[in-house]
Write a protein that binds this ligand. Sequence first.
Ligand code: PMP
Length: 308
Amino acid sequence: MSQELDFQQLKVYFGDNLIDFSDAKLPIASSAVLYGLSVYSVFAVRKTADGMKAFRLTDHFTRLIESAKIIGIDDFAKKWDYEKFEKAVSQLVSENNIDQDVFIRCSVHVDTLVAGTKSRGLNSVLSMFIYPYKSILPEAGARIKTSVWRRVPDNSIPPRAKVNGAYINSVLGKQDALDSGYDDCLFLDMAGHVCELSAANIFLVKNGVLITPDSTSDLLEGINRKTIIEYAKDLGIKVEQRTVDLTELYIADELFACGTSAWLTPITEVDGRKIDSGNHILSKKLSKLHLDTLSGKSKYSDKLLTKL
Ligand code: PMP
């Protein structure tokens, strides 16, 4: 695993240049600061036997483009294409001499000054910084609690778009869970169905079937979620993407969270109900496969990793 990284000493990508961390600044009058008008993605860059590689980089770029499109940040797609993006990521990693697993956070900020509450026709700037590869959940297993806050619905602030400002919803949920002694929150939608955690998707296993809320359940369509579904289908495991009730989680055989920063983490407790006495056999199998993929050792690695 990674040694602690002094990420503030590294160069960051800002606009079209690599500059010092402390020089990358957004104006206080920009829409990014005033309204949280930025979209972002976080992706893993892993050390493999064949050098540093990014996981599903094209998917992350596509999600940035689609998030910007949903919100109406039209400047981004005019300035960036995938080739330019991959080159910038490569440059960031190589010029910082990165030789360990890291995360890269890439954001597209609207930096026009006092533009008012609109999104189209404004200027955007891309930022990327490297930071330590640490999970946001306890690796051995997470205890979660149903949030007192509901997930923002698609017709309010769409969770399908990864918009910085929308993460206030996640902050409220996560803090409520931490205040109550849990590791993370479980968001329900306005109808009371299961959505996701504060920054991870959720899966349950019941009688050998892998079940996860479908993509219209007010959630972020996670790139790891998509990958887990692909593995499961290849392994001949039945997968259901559908509306999920809270009580299905209480009686699940296994439960796990997945996401770039949550890795694939077993969930051992929901609202005081213990899950699977800690066995999580299928979760562990999928987790092992996923770790092998990320580190360049599975049959999926060639397809899903981009050499930087
Ligand atoms: N849901 C939310 C709200 C998230 O912030 C994340 C992390 N990006 C995920 C799910 C998982 O997405 P991914 O697998 O693409 O990291």
